[in-house]
Design a protein around this ligand. Structure first.
Ligand code: ADP
Ligand code: MG
Length: 378
């Protein structure tokens, strides 16, 4: 039973996609929301040719004539507002799921400012429009139902949140958890609940419980989801509990928190500093994965510590940088693209497409419906 989801996979289920990369960096632009449209926000982002994204930033020149700066960035994939979760899934997480089903480790990150579409991508916005979690789960169970091994594979799921450097179990009433490294330098999360699931629907049920726990978690000015990282882990295990594949989906904290130094209170500044530290560490750790460095700086944050296993060996990683199209978000959009550009650039010499870097080009004056562009995000 596939939970009413059509099977998309055009490839044989347990073949690694040809040319699948260990690290891929993609960008997804969401459409303007109704509210943004009504407020007359201009769409300043153009997704081009599947690989290029342009941000049009208007500036006021000295003589008060408006001119436009064009920032161009290249990625492995760029998804425009017309792309569905299914399409994004197929080109980002799908090769990772195949890798996991072959016994590998894979991690998929959703990065971006609050409101840019991370949760829409990971979880989906409605049951009829599933996100990457559900699409991956569908393919995992479809694979298991057609593959018969001597020792059956069992599916386990765990789901927790990292807030201000502390771990909370979303499947166990927000129980505080502790990560420890053992003598073999393997990181364990003591007491983390993992639930065995035997169907797509039971797995989605567990995910939805955890998501509810996440949104109800804490009251405050900003929703907790913008201030914490949510980590969903799906493991395949044999009857003897030996791990036979694992996959992480990480819905990261809003990246604007990392750059916003104008936070009013101490708590918010602390949260921001923590998020900043973890996102910087993440970039460094992905870098070391590519360069196969002997030293991974994973201890620099709780996020990278618990994901340590993702930065060594044969892991595959995909980052989806989510961006808002509106001119009021230009500054954060550029920050997101620069971050993603750095992750991409950090890949080794063998990296793709000649490591084309982001570039800013002044272009002739042109009118945007609103010139007040880089004045920070909502
Ligand atoms: P984030 O998790 O990054 O804070 P959300 O995923 O909650 O952002 O998205 C913010 C809003 O934009 C939500 O109302 C969501 O439904 C909508 N949205 C995000 N991405 C898309 C998309 N690709 N298509 C349509 N609506 C989207
Ligand atoms: Mg969210």
């Amino acid at each position: 039973y596939n939970y009413g989801l059509p099977l998309s996979s055009p490839l044989a289920p347990n073949k690694k996609q040809p040319g699948a990369q260990r690290i891929s960096v993609c960008v997804r632009k969401r459409p303007l929301t109704c509210t943004e449209r009504r407020a007359g926000e201009a769409d300043v982002v153009t997704a081009l040719s599947g690989e290029c994204v342009i941000v049009h930033e208007s500036k006021e020149a000295v003589d008060l004539t408006e001119y436009i700066l064009q920032h161009r960035f290249y990625f492995d994939q760029v998804f425009g507002e017309e792309s569905s979760n299914e399409e994004v899934y197929r080109r980002t997480a799908y090769p990772l799921v195949q890798h996991m089903l072959n016994g590998g480790k894979a991690t998929c990150f959703a990065y971006g400012q609050t409101g840019a579409g991370k949760t829409h991508t990971m979880l989906g916005s409605s049951p009829g429009r599933p996100g990457l979690y559900a699409l991956a789960v569908r393919d995992i169970f479809a694979h298991l139902s057609t593959t018969h091994t001597r020792s059956p594979l069992l599916v386990y799921v765990s789901f927790f949140e990292i807030y201000c450097g502390q771990l909370y179990d979303l499947l166990d009433h927000r129980k505080r958890l502790f990560a420890r490294e053992d003598g073999q330098k393997v990181v364990h999360i003591a007491g983390l609940r993992d639930v065995r699931v035997d169907s797509v629907s039971s797995l989605l049920e567990v995910i939805s419980q955890g998501t509810e726990e996440r949104t109800q978690g804490m009251s405050g000015v900003n929703p907790l989801s913008s201030r914490s990282h949510a980590l969903l882990q799906i493991q395949l295990r044999r009857l003897n509990q030996q791990i036979a594949g694992r996959m992480w989906f990480v819905d990261l904290a809003g990246s604007e928190r990392a750059s916003d130094t104008k936070e009013p209170d101490r708590q918010s500044r602390m949260e921001g500093a923590e998020i900043n530290q973890s996102l910087l560490a993440l970039k460094e750790c992905i870098r070391s994965l590519d360069q196969e460095q002997s030293h991974t700086p994973f201890r620099q944050s709780k996020l990278t510590q618990v994901l340590k296993d993702s930065f060594v060996g044969d892991s595959m990683t995909c980052m989806i940088a989510n961006i808002s199209p509106g001119h009021l978000a230009t500054e954060h959009t550029l920050n997101t693209l620069r971050y993603a550009d750095r992750v991409k650039e950090l890949r080794g010499q063998g990296g793709l497409r000649g490591g084309r870097r982001g570039k800013t080009i002044p272009s002739p004056k042109r009118n945007l419906s609103n010139s007040n562009s880089s004045s920070g995000a909502n």
